[in-house]
Write a protein that binds this ligand. Structure first.
Ligand code: GLU
Length: 308
């Protein structure tokens, strides 16, 4: 079986070192197995999309030394495929319309938020379908009827993983009120469409992995192997955000940091290399891939430009 890895950036701003590390690991993993790498642009969320950012991301990826097979897939062109997936889920009674507002959901739940900051949907419209029936079109989202019980898998880099979606997120949204597919649905559909066999991405997406696996199974799609990698945090231990200008690849490049140094940093942080020397991305394709991810988030040095 040919391995197919993927890189799936959101065009919401410039790439930072956290993206660079995840994308390098995804690329190294697939290429080291003689696999293909496909690129997908997650541009469904129009409000978060920054014009021109997709092009800049392609430039940053190329500068890093990454390449991909075929044309990038834009999620904004895939509405028909998502509609078809929703139709199939509907046919199986696996989704239902929901008219709850965020405010209603927040006031209906007394439990604290799930670990990813999301509120568990209390199932109001599942319990009372008449609410949505009376509501005008355009005011109904669609939710997936999450089965009880945990989703378990062996994550290649994180080890055994177990997430109870019903208890943490509850029935999650698969299409928004305006009809646009949710990230969870689009990802499950597109990973299968692009023939992805392994998903390598940041550990912040572990809760999403469980949801996407549920959807893939419900749609009769292949479930790709999951391999989550650590997040990169700044020297204070705080998560990198796209707004932290100093760690975007673009800023680093302007400050004179070479892509070879970034590749060396990413490879070392994953225990991939003995070499002291900066090398282009393809150097590590022939090195043994890490088996398990390190225990802690990856902390950036205080003196970034000197110590990277
Ligand atoms: N586009 C998502 C992001 O940048 C990642 C999606 C995925 O890897 O499934 O956060």
């Amino acid at each position: 079986m040919t391995v197919v890895g993927r890189i799936a950036p959101s065009p919401t701003g410039r790439l930072h070192l956290g993206h660079a590390r995840s994308f390098l690991l995804a690329w190294w993993s697939a290429r080291a197995q003689g696999g293909r790498v496909v690129l997908r642009i997650d541009d469904l969320d129009q409000q978060r999309t920054v014009p021109g950012s997709a092009e800049q991301i392609l430039e940053d990826l190329s500068w890093l030394g990454l390449d991909w097979d075929g044309e990038p897939l834009l999620q904004s062109t895939r509405a028909a495929a998502y509609r078809e997936a929703l139709r199939r889920l509907e046919e199986h009674g696996a989704i239902y319309p929901c008219v709850c507002t965020r405010k209603e959901i927040a006031s209906a739940v007394s439990a604290p938020h799930a670990s990813d900051g999301e509120t568990r949907y209390p199932g109001t419209c599942r319990a009372d379908p008449s609410r949505a029936r009376q509501a005008p079109a355009g005011s109904r989202a669609l939710r997936y009827r999450v089965p009880d019980g945990p989703v378990s898998w062996l994550d290649r880099f994180m080890g055994p993983a177990k997430i109870d979606v019903a208890r943490t997120a509850g029935d999650f949204v698969v299409a928004r009120r305006d009809g646009v597919a949710s990230y969870q649905l689009a990802t499950a559909v597109d990973d299968a469409y692009q023939g992805v066999t392994e998903v390598v991405r940041g550990e912040d997406l572990l809760p999403s992995a469980a949801r996407q696996m549920l959807l893939a199974r419900a749609l009769g799609l292949e479930v790709p192997e999951q391999a989550h990698v650590r997040l990169v945090v700044d020297h204070r231990g705080e998560r990198l955000a796209k707004r932290d200008g100093a760690v975007t690849l673009d800023e680093l490049r302007r400050a004179g940091v070479t892509s070879e140094r970034i590749c060396r940093w990413a490879a070392r942080s994953a225990g991939l290399t003995e070499t002291e020397h900066p090398r282009p991305a393809n150097f590590w394709v022939s090195q043994p891939m890490m088996e398990r991810e390190v225990d802690q988030p990856i902390r950036l040095p205080l003196r970034l430009l000197e110590d990277l």
